[in-house]
Design a protein around this ligand. Structure first.
Ligand SMILES: [Zn+2]
Length: 419
């Protein structure tokens, strides 16, 4: 235990974060009364707004926090420099989100926000039986884990082993299962669709994994009751859901009751607008001000008091998510971020949309220089890569055609073709 704590101190030291002390604080604070948490939250928000008024001339007209406009990605990308805090002296962490609505977002986060991110994750994991130092398996795409050298070192120190959710071929799933059987992992953490697919792979053959897991935590996507039941049957341990929107500072987790998500309110101030639109302000991020940020997600807040005794507010249900999955006719699914990551480093591609049904997967690429000769040379490697993960009768590429929009008018990177 001493050694494992030391590991985290080293990571905190290297990253300039304080996740460990914050975790200790949050373990207590989560049981504060709702009134005490609200009072502390109001004080933090007032401090945040004062600092914002001093630092951001853009919002000079706002007399109260509520006067600030609701920000979306387009606004933030257009006013990035004006939203940076010149008074902030700490370490700035550059972040880029793919997301599946609107444009990618580039923003800056603070070490304090990074500390909250990790402490919030540990808190969610602890419900599922995780203890600091335990070996964890990550089944996810690279948005959950960075791919750089430093990131890999952190994950080694964190005792995290990464399984790619973008490669879920039957052989690869056998390897993941064998590794879980032998590897001494105590927690499996990953995209709900990927964890579920791994579970189905074993259940369909009438097999159960003999892992040393204590629990499973799913994230990034909706976890349905039947998915949860499958996962619990395959792994033989309880499965929990976690919900986060890191650019907005939102981090929420299921407790032992598994009846709603406890919102980590010390990190962010949330508002729920008409229709359930979740608007959040990461008060722990003072590197760049992103007040009243539209998460694009729809939630239903609960007025209930949870019987677990935690005073953190409860989200009854996350109704809609930005992140969608593409499902092929055989039921294989990949997260929309598979495509975001596939295309985002290709300068020729400015934006894209993937539309699918039982017959075909159609990739619509937008870019100025996509001439006729360039097109087949460009699309063929992508077609092959997609075919490794998804089996559709046809995979087609089209260029610069109008995007399909949904009734809410938002651009979605992946979309099931309307019937
Ligand atoms: Zn609870």
């Amino acid at each position: 235990m001493l050694f494992s704590t030391l590991r985290y101190r080293l990571i905190d030291l290297a990253r300039g974060t304080r996740s460990l002390s914050l975790l200790q604080q949050l373990r207590r604070q989560q049981y504060d009364t709702p009134a005490a948490l609200r009072e502390a939250g109001a004080a933090r928000l007032a401090g945040y707004f004062r600092e914002l008024q001093q630092a951001v001339p853009l919002f000079a007209d706002a007399r109260r926090f509520e006067d600030l406009p609701v920000l979306d990605k387009r606004f933030i990308n257009a006013h990035r420099d004006a939203l940076l805090n010149p008074l902030y002296r700490g370490k700035k962490v550059r972040k880029k989100t793919g997301g599946s609505t609107g444009e990618p977002l580039v923003y800056y986060s603070s070490s304090e926000a990074q500390s909250y991110l990790w402490a919030g994750l540990f808190l969610a994991w602890e419900v599922a039986g995780y203890r600091l130092g335990d070996k964890v398996a990550f089944l996810a795409g690279s948005s959950l884990f960075g791919t750089g050298y430093k990131q890999r070192l952190y994950y080694k120190l964190l005792n995290v082993e990464i399984f790619s959710a973008f490669d879920m071929s039957p052989q690869r799933m056998e390897e993941y299962g064998a590794s879980l059987d032998a590897g001494g992992h105590r927690l499996l953490y990953g995209y709900a669709s990927a964890v579920h697919r791994l579970a189905r792979h074993y259940l369909d053959q009438g097999r159960q994994l003999r892992s040393g897991l204590r629990g499973v935590v799913c994230t990034a996507e909706m976890l349905s009751a039947s998915m949860r039941a499958d996962i619990e049957a395959a792994f033989g341990v309880p499965c929990y859901s976690q919900y986060g929107c890191n650019d907005a500072g939102v981090s929420a987790f299921e407790c032992e009751q598994r009846n709603g998500f406890h919102l980590l309110s010390p990190r962010c101030h949330v508002e729920v607008l008409a229709g359930g639109r979740l608007i959040a302000t990461d008060v722990s991020n003072r590197a760049m001000f992103l007040p009243r940020y539209d998460t694009g997600d729809l939630v239903r807040m609960s007025g209930r008091q949870c019987s677990c005794g935690r005073g953190l507010p409860l989200i009854d249900e996350v109704v809609g998510r930005q992140n969608d999955v593409v499902v092929d006719p055989a039921g294989a699914a990949v997260h929309s971020e598979f495509f975001t990551h596939l295309f985002r480093e290709d300068a020729r591609i400015h934006s894209f949309q993937v539309v699918f049904d039982e017959q075909a997967l159609v990739v619509n690429l937008h870019g100025a220089e996509l001439g006729a000769e360039a097109r087949s040379a460009l699309s063929e490697p992508y077609r092959q890569r997609i075919a490794q993960s998804l089996q559709f009768p046809r995979i087609e590429f089209v260029f610069n055609q109008d995007f399909l929009t949904q009734s809410n008018g938002k651009h979605r990177f992946v979309l099931r073709r309307p019937a």
